[in-house]
Write a protein that binds this ligand. Sequence first.
Ligand code: TRP
Length: 333
Amino acid sequence: MAKIFSGIRPSGKLHLGNYLGAIKNWLELQNDSEQAIFAVVDYHGITTPYDSTTYKQQVNDVVLDYLAAGIDPDKSLLIRQSKVPQHTELAWIFNTITPIGWLDRLPNYREKLDQVEHSSDISAKSYQNNLALLAYPVLMAADILLYKSSLVPVGDDQKQHIDLTNEIGSKFNHLFGEVFPNVKTHIVQGARIMSLQDPTKKMSKTGDDGIALSDEPDVIRAKIKKAVTDSGKEVKYDEKEKPAISNLLTIYHLLSGKEVNAIEKEYGGKSYVEFKNDLAEVVVSFLKPFQEKKKEFENNPKGIMKILEVSEEKARKLADNTLVEIKDKMGLL
Ligand code: TRP
């Protein structure tokens, strides 16, 4: 049985892409693991422009989303990264053994740099090529290895970060002695949900591009109506020729449990409009129980705080155990 760790940046509302690409798997894994820790990685979230006046609220909102989606605090630890300071402490230690050359070639870094530099947000200027943007994956390696995690359920865009985590872990083991296990990525096949407006891009934000887990039924209906479709009129899965319809079919399949073939048959001879109308109802009814649970949690802020504090206290203990071992090996004790 594995030790699981995963995290999501609190950079916006969680959307269907986050749910189907990551959280859905976490729910299965938490039932069958030796240890499961899920984090809101708020220190990662501040490496790109953010609003300090709403950040606390944003972090709490992701916590509510996790709980409403079914992360069970009896089975998993649910933590805010910044409340377990050992994450940044280990990141500093890892900084000392990570060559810059391992970091500045990573495509995720190049992309973020580009985003910050071309952002229309004026506050983005003060973020240009900051050191933390470069060191981002080192903190991620610390998140994972701090708990000696061995399995990380993430989307395939994070694969290179996990490779780097292993490079850092094995370099440490080599230099100071065996501490860290090898980490495996747990990637969900077929759960790369694309933007509703541009099916060549991953769903990474809400607005017209993505459906937030907390979107009201009418908002969902309007977004799906507006979703781009492909030329032709057949509801058919074909990633190359029909990327938009294929994405909508994937969402339909994953939320309804019906096989893609069966859905294609059901809509044989029917229009895109009919298909989209039904898909909207599939999404609305799928999200209904989630939204009801979220409201319950929203009405219980004290209970939520308690869950976080208990988890974070346990996480600090686990983290301390590893740090003592690390510091001992490094001559820091
Ligand atoms: N980099 C991840 C992302 O952008 C978020 C993340 C931070 C993470 N630390 C992590 C994911 C540790 C898994 C494990 O999605």
